[in-house]
Write a protein that binds this ligand. Structure first.
Ligand code: FAD
Length: 321
């Protein structure tokens, strides 16, 4: 709760779930070689590529006897089409879903309100680019891990992979959430980078003082200014927040109604924000499992349901109170 300033106003249950994400016995972390994009590429490799249509912005959802109509606008030529599908799983984040015309769906008041008010946290990352991994060398000897500070940039995450590599390298030199991200997100890119450099210099000057060594301007000396990046997820129109972090009472009041399939069980709502494991890819997987299971149940496809359970486990965990 103290990783971001002012996070104490969120649901207590979120803090408990978050705690167990990091503090469960026998926890084992894996690193995906090549980055998380590899995960997407692995999924794409299993799907018929012809069936993936890119650059389509969903603008409306409705249904009739033919199925679920998904109104889409091609983001390249602005042409609108309304393809119809037997089953649809909508995984839009709740911010962009707000801009989709759902008025023909006759959603009940709890589901509509859930989509509108289930709370998101916000987040900003600033990545500083350097000519080398100078922080891993003496006298600093920082080999992975993170620094937490009450300076504006709050959290520095040092790469824990590729330790000892030569050549250019990046540090997530500022990772902020909640009120800290609100303030950082309001700054320009150049201001964010400059603030992050300033904060990092303060931290390394303190390190130098504690070690009784001079600070030799390492941060600025190794910096590649034009390759530094920053991203404020709350300003990103495709997500409009970072990840769900429900407020008090929202799990009990809005979560159940919000994940209900509509249009005679043919339109499902999924994605990280409509799962119990917010801010993790695991949340989107849990919600995908739920939606696929519901579609197979509706179709009476016991064979594929059995396959789903064999490959991914049964859903008894979801039924436990
Ligand atoms: C800063 C940050 C750090 C994170 N760190 C981690 C981590 O370390 N580990 C981890 O497991 N998870 C992490 N997560 C969470 C993880 O990224 C999400 O849980 C996951 O990506 C959610 O997947 P999703 O498919 O539900 O939504 P998304 O990945 O957000 O996908 C939704 C898609 O819908 C698209 N979209 C939006 N509007 C429309 C529209 N109108 N029409 C068509 N498409 C639309 C978007 O472009 C996007 O591609 C992090 C998230 C953030 C923001």
């Amino acid at each position: 709760m103290d990783t971001g300033s002012g996070l104490f106003d969120r649901a207590y249950s979120e803090s408990v779930i978050d705690y167990y994400d990091f503090n469960t016995d026998n926890i084992h972390w894996n690193c995906i070689s090549g980055g998380s994009e590899m995960m997407v590429q692995a999924v794409v490799a299993r799907i018929n590529k012809e069936s993936i249509i890119l650059n389509q912005k969903v603008v409306s959802l409705s249904s009739d006897a033919d199925g679920v109509h998904v109104g889409v606008v091609n983001t390249q030529d602005n042409l609108r089409t309304d393809p119809v599908f037997k089953d649809v799983i909508c995984t839009l984040p709740l911010g962009p879903l707000r801009n989709v015309d759902t008025s023909q769906l006759n959603l009940d008041i709890y589901q509509r309100t859930g989509f509108r008010c289930l709370a998101y946290d916000i987040s900003v990352k600033v990545g500083l680019a350097f000519t080398s991994r100078w922080w891993e060398k003496a006298p600093w000897n920082v080999l992975g891990g993170s620094d937490s500070t009450d300076l504006p940039s709050r959290t520095i995450v040092y790469p824990s992979n590729g330790i000892g590599d030569t050549g250019r390298a990046f540090i997530i030199a500022s990772y902020t959430w909640s009120q800290d991200a609100l303030r950082f997100g309001s700054m320009t890119h150049d201001e964010r980078v400059e603030q992050t450099i300033t904060d990092m210099e303060i931290i390394f000057k303190e390190r130098a003082k504690a070690a009784g060594v001079p600070y030799n301007n390492d941060v600025r000396e190794h910096l590649i200014n034009e390759e530094c990046y920053s991203h404020a997820w709350q300003n990103d129109k495709w997500i409009q927040g970072a990840f769900a972090l429900y407020g008090p009472g929202q799990f009990s009041t809005y979560y159940g109604p919000s994940i209900k399939a509509v249009c005679d069980g043919r339109l499902h709502f999924a994605g990280e924000a409509l799962s119990e494991n917010h801010a993790w890819v695991n949340g989107s997987i849990i919600s995908a499992y739920r939606s696929v299971g519901e579609i197979l149940d509706r179709r009476g496809d016991t064979e594929r349901k059995a396959l789903l359970e064999r490959l991914w486990g049964d859903d008894s965990f979801a039924k436990e109170e």
